[in-house]
Design a protein around this ligand. Structure first.
Ligand code: TRP
Length: 361
């Protein structure tokens, strides 16, 4: 069976370093591994509209930002198909049929939907489109016959629900859809990178994100202002590394090579952590190292972005061509689905004959 990747992001803002360690870095590795037959990366504008119906302009403006972030991280349109969700109408049609296979109660139990409803203060005014977006996400995944979906941990309930829909569809209508597997980040620090203030969620409104497109100076300011262990007041005090955002970022970003390059007096992160825990290691020194590491990662991304920004029409053309290719793939799946459901009336000669005959007997 072909190995196919599908994943994507909502275009509600520029992508940040949490997206990078949570999924983007891995996507680029998978792309370059040559192990996959097809790779689809989707800008999920239709999903973004499920809770931004009154602000389509935000979604509209962020499509190019996300595309620039993708390309500057190393996604390569000659290897990965980059496309815009709303330009593939087959996805909404699939969603409509899948809706009949899911109960309201099941959607209400979806932990991600539950927590997002709370987060957004929807109370009793949950938009139906928002409530049902897990079904549309199942359509996104299955339309491309995806076997592998690299996403963050928060998307686990979506994948569970998608698998259930696949099983139910295949049970009711016969083997048609491919069951996807989730691919989570390699370590727990990458699963959910905290904000620079230590809060669990990185969010634009909290102003606690480091964006892939931030300038070197912005990154420096944000890192030097990061929260650390609040009880580590003097350099000599023993410090705590667990839950300390600076160390969490190092866990997600720093390699042994970074130590050789920027802080050779420590062999690796463990040695640095040991010293911090013992006492005698100041926050400023650790932050300066983190800044060096982040710059090492972000500089090439920033430079590629500058190049791509010079030719925006070319990027829009990449998205257009990608969307055409994605639509062809989704159309083939939709045909298969309709065939399995036996609602492909005009392509089904048996049906046409049988109906005609019914009234002649
Ligand atoms: N829900 C994802 C997010 O919040 C975006 C997304 C939409 C997605 N459809 C998908 C991810 C399908 C993986 C597969 O970023």
């Amino acid at each position: 069976m072909a190995k196919i990747i599908l994943t994507g992001d909502r275009p509600t803002g520029r992508l940040h370093v949490g997206h990078y360690v949570g999924s983007l870095r891995r996507r680029v590795e998978l792309q370059n591994s040559g192990d996959y037959d097809e790779i689809y990366i989707m800008i999920a504008d239709a999903q973004a509209l499920t809770d931004n119906a009154d602000n389509p302009e935000k979604v509209r403006q962020n499509i190019i930002e996300v595309a620039l972030d993708y390309l500057s991280c190393g996604l390569d349109p000659s290897k990965s198909t980059l496309f815009i969700q709303s330009q593939v109408p087959q996805l909404t049609e699939l969603t409509f049929y899948y809706m009949n296979l899911v109960t309201v109660a099941r959607l209400q139990r979806n932990p991600t939907v539950k927590s997002e409803i709370q987060l957004r203060d929807f109370h009793n005014s949950i938009p139906v489109g928002f409530f049902t977006y897990p079904i549309s996400q199942a359509a996104d995944i299955t339309a491309f016959d995806a076997t592998t979906v690299p996403v963050g941990e928060d998307q686990e309930p979506m994948l569970e629900q998608a698998k259930e829909i696949v099983r139910r569809f295949n049970y009711v209508y016969g083997d048609t859809l491919v069951e996807p597997q989730i691919l989570l980040p390699e370590n727990k620090y990458c699963m959910r990178l905290p904000g620079t203030d230590g809060k669990a969620k990185m969010s634009k409104s909290l102003n606690n994100c480091i964006y892939l497109s931030d300038s070197s100076e912005e990154v420096r300011k944000k890192i030097m202002g990061m929260f650390t262990d609040p009880n580590h007041l003097r350099v000599d005090d023993p410090g705590q590394v667990e839950g300390n955002p600076v160390f969490i970022y190092l866990e997600a970003f720093a390699t042994d090579e970074h130590f050789q390059k920027f802080l050779p007096e420590y062999e690796n992160l463990q040695a640095l952590k040991d010293h911090y825990t013992r006492g005698g290691l100041g926050d400023v020194k650790v932050k300066k190292f983190l800044y060096a590491v982040m710059e090492d990662v972000l500089t090439p991304i920033r430079e590629r972005r500058k190049e791509y920004e010079k030719d925006i029409p070319a990027i829009l053309e990449i998205l257009k061509q990608g969307s055409i290719k994605a639509e062809a793939k989704a159309a083939a799946t939709l045909n298969r689905v309709k065939q399995s459901m036996r609602i492909n009336y005009f392509d089904d000669q048996d049906y046409l004959d049988e109906q005609a005959k019914k009234f002649t007997e």
